[in-house]
Ligand binder design. Structure first.
Ligand SMILES: *Cc1c(COP(=O)(O)O)cnc(C)c1O
Length: 488
């Protein structure tokens, strides 16, 4: 494709994306296709001869769009948000256009330097501890995901605890990791990958607000020590995936200090709330963390992937992950004056992800980020108050931020079928969790385009759907109604 052709088609693609943004509310939020529907419409093999770009441009809309779940819809209330935004999309386009590999400082100095600089900007934006800054012994890096950040933290913790001798016979089987029953599944995955073994992960119970119980944590740590094991790693969560519960990081941090344990704080979704001074308390105690991560790619207007990961002592992380084959040797690396981010992550290659973050932070400013966060939290608060005022519904967890956990009082099966019917209808999309064994609906507000009318619309849809089910049940009119809505 020549630059002239690229110019022509590139403009068309941008137009198509803008059209998509304008029309997004007209699509069913959750894709309604059946398994295999997309592949059915694709040729068996790649074409032998190249095709006109025009055909490709119309095909993605015709053949792919029906299989898309519209994460950017203002009526998307499922899981967590995965914000895209104009400046982030365009920043990513520039990154793709440059097509650089940022594994070493020398392979594109701007890629490393802008990244280090953006990480420092984030420290200022969220008022994170200054010992995470690049001009200290710590530092920040963009990982692909929070899962990778957790794994890197655990690997560094493992090496610190064993003085870089974790490969010695049997040592790994003595190391123990701790996290709460509400922590993200990536912690368990990291424990598996790091070779500690599932039996060396202690799942700590939670209080009635679903936050880790620090007394239980301390007891487990003491027990492990008495039995000759080495408590190595604690992962605390700020904003759990289920209910946005916030672990008592300060108390947990003091326990970790006392026992020489690495504390990682996972704030993947909730982190950006700390851009607003009134929500900064979510990070109370964070100064005791050895590492911390949050995802601009969830709730901070930056397209996937972009996960910000910070460490207090970068030497431990780098020594854990560094490998220097001959073909990567270069003068800048040898001089020790530069950062080579390949040593801060699992993989070697890396995209220029700092560009989209730079575009986002400059375009919206700190003020724009705060406005977005406040809007979501305010709307979630309004939804919560509507639920609270309706005697047919109950709230199942506190709402410290943007996620409301609630359900109809008719029980598990009823709520499950209510959710399935709402999602099949396509006007809104929401998902569930289980809290205290109860099937709970979750409404997470995280989209920049979501306004009060969308949240109010969601509440109306929920109540109408539940009501129509109730009356159908009473009249016994139609077996479908009976099958779909059963009191459980
Ligand atoms: C979403 C989430 C994760 C996983 O994030 P990835 O970036 O997809 O790995 C981990 N922890 C928490 C608390 C999350 O909300």
């Amino acid at each position: 494709m020549t630059p002239a052709e690229f110019r022509e088609y590139g403009k068309k693609v941008v137009d198509q994306i803008a059209d998509y943004q304008e029309a997004i509310e007209s699509y069913p939020v959750l894709s309604t296709i059946s398994p295999g529907d997309i592949r059915k419409n694709l040729p068996e093999q790649a074409p032998e001869k190249g095709e006109p770009f025009e055909t490709i441009l119309s095909d993605w809309q015709e053949k792919i769009l029906p299989g898309i779940t519209h994460w950017q819809s203002p009526n998307f209330f499922a899981y967590f948000s995965a914000n895209a935004s104009g400046p982030a999309i365009l920043g990513d386009l520039v990154s793709s256009g440059l097509g650089v590999q940022g594994m070493l400082w020398a392979t594109s100095p701007a890629c490393t330097e802008l990244e280090a600089h953006m990480m420092d900007w984030l420290i200022d934006l969220l008022d994170l501890p200054t010992h995470f800054r690049s001009d200290t012994e710590g530092g920040g890096v963009i990982q692909d995901t929070a899962s990778s950040g957790t794994l890197c933290a655990l690997l560094a913790a493992r090496e610190r605890a064993t003085r870089f001798r974790s490969n010695e016979e049997g040592l790994k089987s003595h190391l123990v990791a701790y996290t709460s029953s509400q922590a993200h599944s990536s912690v368990e995955k990291a424990v598996k990958i790091a070779g500690l073994g599932r039996t060396n992960l202690r799942i700590i119970g939670v209080d009635k607000e679903f936050a880790m119980n620090p007394d239980t944590l301390e007891n487990e740590i003491r027990k492990d020590r008495e039995e000759g094991r080495i408590p190595t790693f604690v992962c605390a969560t700020v904003g759990t995936t289920s209910s946005t519960a916030i672990d008592p990081v300060h108390t947990i941090g003091e326990i970790c200090r006392q026992h020489g344990i690495w504390l990682h704080v996972d704030a993947a979704m909730a982190g950006p709330a700390a851009a607003c001074p009134e929500f900064r308390h979510i990070h109370d105690g964070i100064e005791l963390a050895d590492s911390y991560a949050f995802n601009p790619h969830k709730w901070m207007l930056t397209n996937f992937d972009c996960s910000a990961f910070f460490v207090r002592d970068r030497e431990v992380l780098i020594r854990t992950l560094t490998i220097l084959p001959e073909y990567l040797r270069n003068r800048a690396t040898d001089s020790g004056e530069v950062t080579d981010y390949r040593d801060w992550q699992i993989q070697l290659g890396r995209r220029f992800r700092a560009l989209k973050l730079w575009f986002v932070l400059r375009y919206y400013g700190k003020e724009g980020i705060r406005r977005h966060i406040r809007n979501c939290i305010e709307l979630a608060g309004r939804f919560r108050s509507w639920v609270g005022e309706d005697p047919e519904y109950e709230l199942l967890a506190p709402t410290p931020l943007n996620t409301v956990c609630f359900r109809h009082r008719k029980g598990d099966l009823f709520n499950e079928e209510l959710m399935n019917r709402l999602n099949a209808e396509g006007k809104i999309y929401l998902t569930h969790t289980r809290l205290d064994g109860k099937f709970s609906l979750r409404l997470a507000v995280g989209q920049p385009q979501t306004e009060e009318k969308h949240v109010k619309g969601a509440w109306d849809r929920i109540r109408e759907t539940a009501l129509s089910a109730g009356s159908r049940q009473k009249n016994g009119s139609g077996s479908a109604g009976k099958r779909v809505f059963t009191s459980g």
